[in-house]
Write a protein that binds this ligand. Structure first.
Ligand code: SF4
Ligand code: SF4
Length: 207
């Protein structure tokens, strides 16, 4: 394994974001770009609902993971201050473009989910919400990458698996972006990609 985490030796302070290892830097750049794109596609779907929501679902205890996870700190670079009362929630939504806990991308409330017209769209939305969590799933000693809370655990992470998952999720995101943004059909290729993220309902299986 390459020594990709020397930057973490200074502890869990913003200084861990002074990345010097090029391999880790590239991984962070790719992950940031991927996560930001997931956020943009999701925002287009959710914004009409969230903008007028009387009971927003963001919670400080969820934000806290982004302030404490060494991996998420490295992703968002600690450029936004964690507020003990509001976390990362600002007046126009989350202040973190990337480095959010995976659950922030995974949660789609019933109101939004039920408003999706048809089973295919619901399935596509489920896949979109799974994407960020899929990338880090079980890569750090059987746990999510964001759950690694020490340098030792991060060093033991399966980075090749993380990179492979990121490639798969990025390809699925391209199909989902076309589907949700341009109204393109998922097609067999898109469905095959989504099937790697989440098993498709039986009614969508191709012969
Ligand atoms: S996801 Fe649902 S519960 Fe959360 S802010 Fe948006 S509309 Fe409200
Ligand atoms: S989306 Fe942002 S503000 Fe909301 S819970 Fe997640 S980190 Fe906190």
């Amino acid at each position: 394994m390459t020594t990709i985490f020397p930057l973490l030796r200074t502890g869990w302070t913003p200084s861990i974001c002074e990345v010097t290892d090029s391999e880790f830097q590239k991984l962070l750049t790719d992950y940031r770009s991927f996560e930001e794109k997931v956020g943009r596609v999701m925002q287009r779907i959710c914004e009409p609902f969230c903008r007028v929501c009387p009971t927003p679902c963001c919670r400080v205890d969820i934000c806290r993971e982004a302030a404490e996870s060494p991996f998420l700190l490295a992703v968002h670079g600690a450029t936004q201050r964690f507020d003990p009362k509001k976390g990362y929630l600002g007046c126009t939504g989350c202040r973190l473009k990337a480095g959010r806990p995976p659950v922030c991308h995974a949660f789609v409330c019933d109101k939004i989910f039920k408003a999706q017209p048809g089973d295919e769209r619901k399935y596509a939305l489920d896949c979109l919400s799974d994407l960020v969590g899929f990338v880090g799933k079980k890569v750090s000693q059987g746990r999510q990458m964001v759950e690694a809370m020490s340098e030792t655990h991060l060093q033991a992470s399966n980075l090749p698996l993380f990179q492979n998952r990121l490639s798969t999720a990025t390809a699925a995101l391209t199909a989902l972006d076309s589907y949700f943004t341009r109204g393109d059909a998922l097609g067999e290729v898109g469905m095959a990609l989504l099937g790697k993220i989440r098993a498709s309902p039986i009614t969508f299986r191709r012969a």
